[in-house]
Structures are given as C-alpha cells and as structure tokens.
Design a protein around this ligand. Structure first.
Ligand SMILES: C[S@@+](CC[C@H](N)C(=O)[O-])C[C@H]1O[C@@H](n2cnc3c(N)ncnc32)[C@H](O)[C@@H]1O
Length: 239
C-alpha cells in the first residue's frame, strides 16, 4: 500500500498520520466496517446523552435484564398495568411480557402495528423489514387487543377509558420518528406519575429526537435503567 505523503503543518505526528491513513484505507473498502464504526459512534453519543440527562447512571447489560428491572417496579406498585406496545412485529416482546405477568399485574395489552413492516428504510434495514405479512401474532390471551394498520390511522380508535385505571407502560418500538411522535402525542395527556416509558431504540436519532424535543421537556422522570440501546424511565411529574 502506498501511503500519501503527510502534508506539512497538519498538526499530528507521523504515527497518528499513519494510523489515520490506515483507518481511511480500511473504511473506504468496507461498507460493513463503516456501518460498525457509525453504530459505535451512536452508542458512544447515547452514553454521553444518558449522563447529561440522568447523571452518573449505570447501564444494564442486556435487554432481558432491563425488562426485569421494569417488571420489578411494576410488581412493587401493587397496581394493575395497561401496556401499549407501539410496534409489535412478530410479538416477541408481547409474548415475554404476557407470559411473565398474570392479569393481577398486566390487565390489558394494546398492540399497534401495520404488520407489513417498516414503511421506509431505517438505519441499514430496508422498507418492509419486520413484515409479518399483515398478520398479528397468534397469541391466545384475552388481554390483547391488536390495532392493525398504520398507527397514524389506528391510534384514534383507542378508548382512553380502557387504560384509565391503575398505571400505564408505554412501550415505544416503532423505530421511526413520525409514528413514534403520533403515539407520544396520543398517550401524553393520559400519563400520570408512576407510569413507565420504555424506548427500544433510544440510542438512535429517531427516538432520541422524540425524547429531546417532546418527552423530556414534558415532565420530570426517574431513570429506571438502560442498555447500550434501550431506555426505561418512570414519570415523576408532568407539566
Ligand atoms: C422493531 S419492530 C417491533 C418489534 C417488537 N416490539 C418486538 O419486540 O418484537 C418495529 C415495528 O414497527 C412497525 N411500524 C413502523 N412504523 C409503523 C407505523 N407507522 N404504523 C404501524 N406500525 C409501524 C413495523 O411494522 C414493525 O413491525
């Protein structure tokens, strides 16, 4: 490999210059490596964001461990919970939550999804990723109501009365900013202190935009936990 000659006066030493050249050569050859570097940068920025907004908090290692932290809070509340899952796909999260909590903990589950996958590309996933061919998961649980279609169309059919008792867990997993914002606008007036908000892709620009522009300015929150990707917070007060 022929390295370009280091121009004079660019302010880095020869070793750093060689490293930079090698890095550029590797990045220019592999889209996979470019993606990994971009992901690592997003995770690093998310780490800083958590510290700026919630202080010197510790990460939880895995998503299942974070779910168990949320679950412990729900059980400790001694109230019944209404879960709204925004973005269901094949129902992996739905199945875990419902099979680990009987109706004394989770009273109702409303799942919103078009079930034909992402309406447009997101990160390195194409439009249509997570498609379940338009079919909701085959889960036999009378607590579930599926809202099939674009959330922008179906959220209006949700009866606020249905989730008025006890507490609410709003589970954001639509990946994209626009429908997540519509979901937030709907749920926000129905939230009360003690309710929990979960963001499955808080490390990504779309959910972080919602957090920065809408969710955090709307109230104050206690940090429950986070992984390198996800975030769970409890509503302390709302403005
Ligand atoms: C990451 S998946 C959800 C994964 C699921 N929560 C789980 O844990 O298995 C994201 C889902 O959001 C859905 N989605 C994205 N935009 C939507 C929209 N505007 N309306 C309805 N569903 C949407 C997609 O169809 C996709 O199934």
């Amino acid at each position: 490999m022929i390295l370009a000659v280091k121009p004079r006066g660019i302010g880095i030493g020869p070793a750093a210059w060689v490293q930079l050249q090698l890095g550029m050569a590797i990045l220019s050859r592999s889209a996979g490596i470019r993606r990994k570097v971009a992901n690592a940068a997003d995770h690093a920025a998310y780490f800083e964001w958590k510290h700026e907004n919630f202080g010197n908090v510790k990460d939880t290692l895995t998503k299942p461990a974070l779910w168990k932290q949320i679950s412990a809070r729900m059980r400790a509340s001694e109230e019944r919970w209404h879960v709204l899952e925004f973005g269901v796909a094949f129902g992996h999260a739905t199945e875990w939550w419902l099979s680990h909590h009987d109706e004394t903990i989770i009273a109702t589950w409303d799942g919103f999804d078009r079930f034909t996958g992402l309406p447009h590309a997101w990160r390195d996933l194409p439009a249509g990723a997570f498609s379940a061919d338009g079919q909701p998961p085959d889960l036999d649980d009378k607590r579930i109501t599926w809202h099939v279609g674009d959330l922008e169309d179906t959220i209006g059919e949700m009866e606020a009365e249905h989730i008025a008792s006890g507490r609410r867990l709003a589970y954001f997993d639509l990946d994209l900013y626009d429908p997540s914002k519509v979901a937030w606008e709907w749920i926000r007036p129905h939230l009360r202190p003690g309710d929990i908000l979960y963001f499955d892709e808080a490390f990504d620009a779309d959910e972080r935009r919602l957090l920065d522009e809408s969710v955090l300015p709307a109230g104050s929150y206690d940090y429950i936990g986070a992984t390198v990707m996800n975030l769970a917070i409890e509503v302390r007060s709302l403005r």
